[in-house]
Design a protein around this ligand. Structure first.
Ligand code: AMP
Ligand code: GLY
Length: 432
């Protein structure tokens, strides 16, 4: 049913709640604050940077019932969900049942991220290109299959594992140890393991606004998952990103839209769990064409911090159209390039200390062509301090990626903190 949005005239402004608290949510809050239709923005739980643009609410993203009570009490007009945990906890179902408008997929549709096996079977059924795979529950069967296969082999725990559930095993001994860990010792909980063919090629992130069977592409970006320069060190949540990605041609994007994103959206409708929200395709341009590495059911982090600043249309209209199932407005993007450097706590993604003072943000922002998104910051005794593994994302803009990089690196230089490190080589595939 199509609803009339009373905020279209601009006479009355919408109250919006953003659920989440990292850099992705800061970028969402920032984009919403550019909308003339949006008045007050709340963010739960938010962080010290978000607090400059929204009122932070001390509720965790997974406190679904408490968030519902808050949204009803404050008469929130639209809720936008950042992290997957809230979606997997069924926030969209609970809010919708309570008559609240919300942007984000249902728990059933969020399974495309929370179960790798579900995603693989869906791709198989709808002929979406992806790595060959088999799923196992039994350790001995998995070991036999892997023993006779090729290396490296990719082993994926079938469930949410905070980005740690994927192991690329170089040889049988490593594969065996991983399968033992995942299937016998149930390190992430009892579950299945997807054993997948190892693919090669540059990866890119293709996020789309999806409204049932309708798919609206965002500009493409690329994340950098490894902790250290030269793509070395452990996997992280992402150490930087840039957009556009010159390695990915218009034909690649067209192919990805027609052969990946649209068939998956149509497949979700056919399976009885239509997807409404952001569908994130983690794709790889292999020598045999574009293939899917993974799907996420929400905005990517840190990709969102370089993609949403390039959006020139009103994001409130887009979120509303998806929440209401009404026609989507025309979506426009700026030609400017964006590149973002994550400043992380020393020790991340392992253990790290917190509460180090951060200075120089105002000087950095005053340089112009810069946005600084807070990922893990807090306020302590009136000072900005570190409070997470990933702390800040410094995004530079420019006519091209090189100009954007120069702006961002100058801004990074202004930021003073005793416990941060960053990768200088973000964008190396296209800039070096
Ligand atoms: P995922 O959590 O599924 O995104 O996997 C984490 C990372 O593992 C990806 O970003 C890829 O770099 C790598 N990866 C996952 N699946 C494959 C695959 N089939 N072939 C090669 N690399 C992969
Ligand atoms: N940057 C990868 C993710 O958001 O999962």
């Amino acid at each position: 049913m199509q609803k009339v949005d009373k905020f279209q005239s601009g006479a009355e402004k919408a109250k919006v709640l953003v659920v989440g608290g990292g850099g992705r949510c800061h970028a969402i809050v920032d984009a919403l604050s550019r909308s003339p239709k949006v008045g007050k923005i709340y963010c739960a739980p938010g962080n010290a940077g978000i607090a400059t643009q929204a009122e932070c609410v001390p509720l965790k993203d997974t406190q679904v019932e408490e968030l519902k009570v808050f949204a009803l009490r404050e008469k929130i007009d639209l809720t936008v969900v950042g992290p997957e945990a809230a979606l997997a906890a069924g926030i969209t179902d609970v809010f919708t049942d309570a008559g609240l408008r919300i942007f984000g997929p249902t728990k059933a549709a969020a399974t495309i991220e929370s179960s790798k096996d579900f995603a693989k079977r869906l791709m198989d059924k709808y002929s979406v290109p992806t790595a060959a795979f088999r799923t196992f529950e039994d350790y001995s069967e998995a070991v036999e299959y892997v023993r006779n296969g090729k290396f490296p082999v990719v082993l994926k725990y079938d469930g949410l594992a905070a980005g740690k559930g994927v192991v690329i095993a170089e040889d049988f001994a490593q594969a065996d140890a991983t399968l033992k860990d995942m299937l016998l010792d149930a390190h992430f909980g009892k579950g299945k393991v997807v054993v997948e063919e190892f693919l090669t090629g540059p990866e890119f992130s293709f996020m789309c606004f999806v409204n049932g069977a309708e798919v609206y592409p965002m500009v493409v970006s690329q994340d950098h998952k490894r902790a250290f320069e030269g793509d070395k060190g452990p996997n992280t949540g992402g150490m930087g990103a840039y957009s556009p990605v010159p390695l990915i041609t218009d034909e690649d994007i067209e192919y990805s839209l027609e052969h990946v994103m649209k068939p998956v959206a149509a497949g979700m409708v056919a399976e009885g769990c239509p997807f409404k929200g952001v569908l994130y395709g983690g794709l790889m341009k292999t020598p045999d064409g574009v293939k899917v590495i993974e799907f996420n059911c929400r905005f990517g982090d840190p990709e969102t911090e370089v993609v949403l600043p390039r959006l020139t249309s009103d994001i409130y209209d887009i979120f509303s159209a998806v929440a209401d199932g009404s026609p989507m407005p025309v979506i426009k993007w700026s030609d400017k390039a964006a590149i973002g450097f994550v400043l992380a706590s020393k020790g991340y993604p392992g253990s790290y200390d917190k509460a180090f003072a951060i200075d120089g943000l105002a000087e950095a922002e005053a340089l112009g062509d810069i946005r600084i998104y807070h990922m893990g910051t807090a306020e302590k005794d009136g000072r900005l301090v570190t409070s997470g593994g990933r702390v800040l994302m410094v995004v530079g803009f420019g006519e091209n990626l090189r100009a954007a990089q120069a702006h961002a690196l100058k801004a990074v230089d202004c930021i003073k903190c005793d416990n941060l490190f960053f990768r200088k080589d973000i964008g190396w595939r296209v800039l070096l």
